[in-house]
Design a protein around this ligand. Sequence first.
Ligand SMILES: NC(=O)c1ccc[n+]([C@@H]2O[C@H](COP(=O)([O-])OP(=O)(O)OC[C@H]3O[C@@H](n4cnc5c(N)ncnc54)[C@H](O)[C@@H]3O)[C@@H](O)[C@H]2O)c1
Length: 288
Amino acid sequence: MTPHGEETRESGGTGSAEGRLGGKVAFVTGAAGGLGRSHVRRLAEEGADLVIVDICRSVDTVPYAQSTPEDLVEAVGEVEELGRRVVARQADVRDRDALQEAYDAGLDAFGEIDVVVANAGIAPLLVEDRVQAWYDAIEVNLTGAFHTVEVALPSMIEAERGGSIVIVSSTAGLVGIGGASNGGLGYAASKHGLVGLMRTYANNLAPHSIRVNSVHPTGVATRMVADPAMVEFVAQDPVLSAGGANALPVEMIEPVDVSNAVLWLASDEARYVTGVTLPVDAGYINRR
Ligand SMILES: NC(=O)c1ccc[n+]([C@@H]2O[C@H](COP(=O)([O-])OP(=O)(O)OC[C@H]3O[C@@H](n4cnc5c(N)ncnc54)[C@H](O)[C@@H]3O)[C@@H](O)[C@H]2O)c1
């Protein structure tokens, strides 16, 4: 992997650290767009300072665009407008060294990191199927989340302040709905793999009072599902297009619905919640 570790921005806000995450610092991947941007906004609204990372360039096997460096700068601006501090880096979660550099820059700036949100993910679902799509799904969605947690653990354990790690999986991490393509199988396998990772970390880290949970959203209105290339892909895949609807009368949920679950798991309100797979799915899984 090529490192994409160039500095984007560091800044100091002036707002007070009140709110459900007042005084805490959160590390969020895939932060420039979609759900990640929403998590960043919601955590900052509740008083967190942020260390944010995004690849900011497209991935060959993914038919919709990833975020841009401009999107990352916009995310920085949103945090600043909320009066919180932010360190931002362009980095690929597959590149552990670049991710470590980003994390360490946040640690230098803030002295501690309490919350980790492993959110970056791709759905490499090309109409002209390619085996590489399997590898990309596994490397970004599963290995990337592993890297995200691993770069954070030494300082979190050493700080002895406890903490919360939230891994963004999917309904495709709990039921077999990836479809028949290489990328779809990789997506479902990676999202299921995150559950094993989460459960094992939850056991390993409980003695340090570090909680680890996963969230499992149904379809959310982001580029990952709304982009025309993805709509076309789903329509031509008989397994995916027969996927069924949510139980609650809503076609797609909003990013903030997932961010509110992330916020709760990150906060002390969930202080004895660990090892949990939390669906944010409008009843999708229960209905199957
Ligand atoms: N949108 C949905 O319907 C849905 C449903 C269930 C789960 N999810 C999961 O939610 C997470 C966010 O998805 P989204 O809908 O916001 O997608 P998105 O494509 O809108 O945003 C993903 C973000 O991650 C970044 N990113 C992609 N690859 C990266 C990498 N290798 N390193 C760092 N950053 C990278 C992108 O630039 C982008 O900013 C993913 O893990 C996804 O699998 C999404």
